[in-house]
Write a protein that binds this ligand. Structure first.
Ligand code: ADE
Length: 237
């Protein structure tokens, strides 16, 4: 029987999920709270990790190793690098990279460490499901390369650096670390993010203004995807 993890980084990113799903049991573990529920006979565990690569890697590992989740879905917000992305748009990650992983002093490419890879590809079946579900619901879902780092980006220079080195469309602070864990443990991962800001000098202001609405846009699509997956789980297995 499958068990689906649905993660966010911040309370605001999972609030719409906790509102939607019923009969939730909260379990405290490792300085965090894990919310267990079920939906269409599928077990679900919801958690927010706290911001950044370390906390998100920890939460992902716990969702897989302790709670035995075998699919990980991430819903949240992102900053736009691609000029065609506007606040409120939704993206699905095709691959992730860590833009702040830097051992270039030793001749390695930015984002690469030995025995790792610069990019991690997301699960193609889950991407296609997300695109199909979005289409059915008349939602425009754009494919995006997502760059992750332990920094809130609010400057044109850093945006340019991330685009030049990763061709990233969107940036956030957890996707690539969640991907490292899922890839290492052979667990399919889907990342959906709605744009909260355009990572420029107004980004802090925009983020505060649009966090709730963009988190809600992402979570709503994710709930529809979960409904589809719960009815079509065989397509994934
Ligand atoms: N998440 C949302 N906006 C972001 C930004 N500008 N930088 C990093 N993470 C983000």
């Amino acid at each position: 029987m499958n068990k689906i993890a649905i993660m966010g980084a911040m309370p605001e990113e999972i609030a719409p999920l906790l509102e939607y799903f019923k009969d939730i049991k909260a379990t405290k573990y490792a300085s965090n709270v894990y919310y267990e529920t079920s939906y269409n006979n599928i077990n679900i565990v919801i958690a927010y990790s706290k911001i950044g690569k370390v906390f998100s890697a920890l939460t992902t590992t716990i969702l897989i190793e302790k709670f035995k989740c075998d699919i990980v879905l991430f819903s949240g917000v992102a900053g736009a690098i691609n000029k065609n992305l506007k606040i409120g748009d939704i993206v699905v990650a095709t691959k992730t990279a860590q833009h702040d992983l830097d051992i270039t002093s030793f001749g390695h490419e930015i984002g690469f460490v030995p025995e790792g890879s610069k990019f991690i590809n997301m699960n193609k079946k889950l991407i296609n499901i997300a695109i199909d579900v979005a289409k059915t619901n008349n939602i425009s879902l754009k494919k995006a390369i997502v760059a992750t780092g332990d920094q809130f980006v609010a400057h044109e220079n850093r945006k340019k650096f991330i685009f030049d080195n990763f061709q990233a469309d969107a940036i956030e602070m957890e996707g690539a670390s969640v991907a490292v864990v899922c890839h290492s443990l052979n667990i399919p991962l889907l990342i959906i993010r709605s744009i909260s800001d355009t990572a420029d000098t107004d980004a802090g202001f925009d983020f505060d203004k649009f966090l709730d609405s963009s988190a809600n846009i992402s979570a709503k699509l994710m709930i529809t995807i979960v409904a589809y997956i719960s009815k079509n789980i065989k397509k994934l297995n």
